[in-house]
Design a binder for this molecule. Sequence first.
Ligand SMILES: [Ca+2]
Ligand SMILES: [Ca+2]
Length: 463
Amino acid sequence: MKKAFKATAAVALALVQAVCLFSVASSALVSVKLGDLNNNGIIEAADARTALRIATRLESASDYQLRSGDLNADGSISAAEAREILRAATKLSTLEKDTADFYSVTLPQSELFSINKVSGTTLANAGDSFAFMLDIAPSCSQSNPVVKLNGEEITAEDGVYTVADIRADCTVTVEDVKLNTYSVTLPRQTGATFSPYGSANPDFVEHGKSFRFTVALDAAYSGSSLTVRANGTKLTPASGIYTVEEITADTVITVSGLKINTYTVTLPKETDENGIPLGFTIVPEQGCTSPVAYAGSYSFKVILADSCSQSDITVKANSVELTADADGIYTIENIKANQSVTVSGVKANPTGVMVLEDSPSNKFIVAAAAERDGSSKANMVAIYEERFDSQPSDSNFVLEFDGSGTKSPDTLKYVYYIKADMTVKTIKADSALLLFTDTEGYIAVKLIKDQIMPQYPDYFDGV
Ligand SMILES: [Ca+2]
Ligand SMILES: [Ca+2]
């Protein structure tokens, strides 16, 4: 690829002046040994062979080879000259002239650019011109090269630099050719911070170098699974470090997959395993759905069933107790983990009060005594419910103890279970535990001993 340089009429004029304006050197610095095309000091068959290949255009000649093989100085190597060199190599004859002298044009060498000859030769006769183009490597395309002849800047016309009217050795130099630098643009996106790794500078990455960077996820985005690309090519991090290899262009890093964390809110079941309602329902506030975004909140009401309306409930989220606001709304704030809501303390409202009475005229004692021969009202205690709604209750018991005078779970002999319609069921207390067929009786006796009697510790013994 040729690189064009700005050229104007003024430049063209400058070119004419930018020649080797030196006095003719008293002696040329380069003396070419004629016939010695490979410049090893000896004329040999190999030199003749090369000359012939150049003469027959099988090979192109370097400036030195051309000068060395052109015995008659007419500007080209002929087959006749190749033969003459062979004769000299085989000592059949000697060359007319041993050497020829030229002015040298010394050219710079670099991997970053090349000098391509347009016309002339770097081994010049007095008054010759040498023209060349400068090709900058793609890796240096951003450079603004300065071409100098013996330290003085020269300019090109249509991309061609000309060293005219050569009358002394001269040197071409090229300055300010350097590797391109590129920028790496890191994403700026909510949820992640991209940082150059170590001392990497994203604004100046030299051609062919790599660039490394890291990504730190914000806490709210910590669950994201990122896909990171450099100019569309997916990058895979190694030990958390992303590397863009061998950068040869400005590079844009993109990221996808950034997602704010979400957490589930699990509400308690409103029925037991048999489908029986547990006495409450949870009603989420408008707009409250699970999952909840990081640091979000979730509000709900707990509606108690009418039958449980007097319950003193405890509401927790992950064992942290929540307090309802004035409107009865519970809110889990600043959610950063999955939440499990529990409601405890829901129980059926009491339907009445339990009363203990041991008067022999109590109607339950009377009914119980009538039920069993040999019973004694004096050893009986009635515990029965007086309902708030004044309706007869099914929760009526008469306890009959032995005649020892002590009333304790151990001296309990019979439990009479009396329903609202005053029907009596007699349960033998001391054998109840053995009567597995009499489940209802077993439960009734256990209830009396374990739960009802202990409510009257001043009255009963051993509770
Ligand atoms: Ca030789
Ligand atoms: Ca010739």
